[in-house]
Design a protein around this ligand. Structure first.
Ligand code: SF4
Length: 184
């Protein structure tokens, strides 16, 4: 990841949850003007979704970062992963889930004339950066906005996100998000 960018450049950051945002925002803010976009219709049940969203709002109010809240469009998400419900975590269902969220971010970033976009998704220790970066690059090409390839778990990134989450006293979930990961 080339961090030698100007802070004049605007970056739209897809945020999967507040704990993952902590370290990523800190890392990106030295190089970009960052706005955080919470778009996660993969999170179930609804009560869990609103808990993670409210933690994201609380994190934003503590740090002053500007945010955009996406819609909780679960029907579209279920339609996109249909046929792959029983896949193990890290398989095709997850690839489609990343694609769903990253594509939506790319479309918004294009419409709002952002210079770059990226996602916090690579912070998770089990999340495959090569898969996520490939999806992001293709979505960026489609929408005319550059995807910032990264692996935010690297260089102690995941550990830093745990420490920062503790400092902010953020709720940290014990499953990825969808009903299938909850039941595993
Ligand atoms: S396990 Fe996580 S990444 Fe995979 S489909 Fe479920 S919510 Fe999406």
């Amino acid at each position: 990841m080339n961090m030698q960018r100007s802070r004049e450049k605007k970056l739209l950051l897809h945020v999967c949850c507040a704990p993952c945002a902590t370290h990523v925002v800190q890392e990106l803010e030295s190089s970009f003007t960052v706005r955080a976009y919470f778009f996660n219709p993969n999170i179930h049940p609804e009560k869990e979704y609103y808990l993670r969203l409210s933690e994201f709002r609380r994190y934003a109010s503590l740090t002053g970062i500007e945010i955009i809240e996406g819609e909780y469009e679960t029907e579209d998400w279920f339609a996109d992963i249909e046929g792959y419900e029983g896949e193990p975590e890290g398989g095709e269902r997850c690839r489609l889930c990343y694609l769903h969220r990253i594509r939506k971010t790319a479309i918004l970033a294009g419409k709002m004339h952002y210079d770059f976009f990226t996602t916090t998704l690579t912070t998770g220790p089990t999340k495959k950066a090569d898969v996520i970066n490939e999806i992001g690059t293709a979505a960026g090409e489609e929408c005319g906005v550059e995807f910032l390839c990264a692996d935010f778990k690297k260089r102690g990134g995941f550990k830093k996100s745990c420490e920062l989450s503790k400092q902010f006293a953020l709720y940290r979930q014990n499953y990825c998000g969808c009903t299938f990961s909850k039941n595993n």
